[in-house]
Design a protein around this ligand. Structure first.
Ligand SMILES: [Zn+2]
Length: 343
């Protein structure tokens, strides 16, 4: 009986003692073939009626899928694409050092989400790359910065080039005049407005931001990691970490040319932590301090970490972005509960 119910597989009854007539009513090889044909027809019927349901079965017989591609490793990429947003011969053609990105101007101001190009009123500001204008005009109806009326007249361009598949935006704030409208395509070097002091500004200057991923105040990165260094100069990008690998926040970092030791030449402050500010490290560099416009040469970078002074040498080449990490060696820690036995 058990043999009789699987005739579609062509299995012949193996025992003559089996009933001549099963509940299927057939017997012998001929019966098996008939039932095999009936089985195929029934399968076809099922396939036609429940066509969709058969797809997974068909798929089972496909050759196995190729293994999933390995994710592309994420390496730091130099994205020094941007030219200066003011002409090279303008008085403030390079970012102001005093109020650098993520600094507070030695405690005088709020944490900076961009850099300043200090120039006279009316100095043209230029598109730093090809792109499309996404914001143009006064910020009196929509908050583009900390609050309304913060950037005064501003322009935001979404650059044609993206970075690590993220859109890149550049923001020009405090403008006295705006020469472009939303939706307009602009080309590298094209004037988009003029330096002013609209919004929260103490005097005429250009506030310049780079926003990565989204056009919001909390998506800025350090513009000095994007601006092409001027000829004969480079940029130092640093990670200042404690022995446990945590970022050291708001620490003074000094830069001294090796050939002129004794007195430091420039200083910068490490970024505030993420709990203190919405400024960010660049995803490509994970930095917490940057020194731009460094003349080619060798420098000693020094910083005090947990009370001790640490220093490293760094060689800056023409047009280069050089990275440096300063981190004390891990301290020998006593296992918890273990006490030193007094002698
Ligand atoms: Zn600013």
């Amino acid at each position: 009986m058990s043999q009789a119910i699987i005739p579609q597989y062509g299995i012949k009854r193996k025992s003559s003692s089996a009933p001549n007539s099963s509940f299927l009513g057939e017997k012998g090889v001929l019966g098996s073939v008939r039932w095999w044909i009936a089985g195929v027809l029934a399968s076809l019927f099922v396939c036609i009626v429940f066509g969709l349901q058969t797809i997974p079965v068909v798929a089972m017989h496909k050759p196995p899928l190729a293994p999933a591609p390995t994710p592309t490793p994420f390496y730091p990429q130099e994205h020094l694409w941007l030219s200066s947003p003011v002409a090279d011969d303008a008085p403030g053609a390079r970012p102001d050092r005093f109020y650098a990105y993520a600094s507070t101007g030695q405690g005088r101001y709020q944490v900076h989400h961009g850099v300043e190009f200090v120039n006279p009123l009316g100095t043209p500001v230029l598109a730093v790359g090809d792109g499309t204008v996404v914001t143009a005009g006064w910020d009196d109806e929509f908050v583009w910065g900390r609050a309304l009326d913060y950037y005064g007249q501003l322009v935001v361009i979404q650059l044609a080039q993206s970075d690590a598949q993220m859109p890149v935006y550049v923001l020009y704030g405090h403008l006295s005049d705006v020469y472009v409208t939303v939706g307009q395509r602009v080309q590298h070097g094209e004037p988009v407005g003029a330096v002013g002091s609209t919004g929260v500004a103490l005097g005429p200057h250009l506030h310049f931001e780079v926003r990565l991923g989204r056009n919001t105040f909390s998506h800025t990165t350090n513009p000095e990691l994007w601006l092409v260094p001027q000829p004969g100069h480079g940029t130092i990008v640093g990670r200042i970490l404690d022995a446990r690998g945590q970022t050291v926040n708001m620490a003074l970092v000094t830069f001294t040319p090796v050939e002129r030791p004794g007195r430091y030449w420039r200083e910068a402050w490490t970024y505030p932590g993420r709990l203190q500010a919405t400024t960010r490290s660049d995803p490509a560099w994970q930095e917490n301090v940057v020194m731009g416009d460094v003349p080619v040469g060798e420098y000693i970078v020094a910083v005090r970490i947990e009370g001790r002074l640490y220093a490293r040498r760094v060689l800056v080449g023409d047009g280069q972005l050089v990275e440096i990490t300063i981190q004390p060696p891990p301290a020998l820690e006593r296992p918890p509960g273990m006490e030193r036995i007094p002698r």
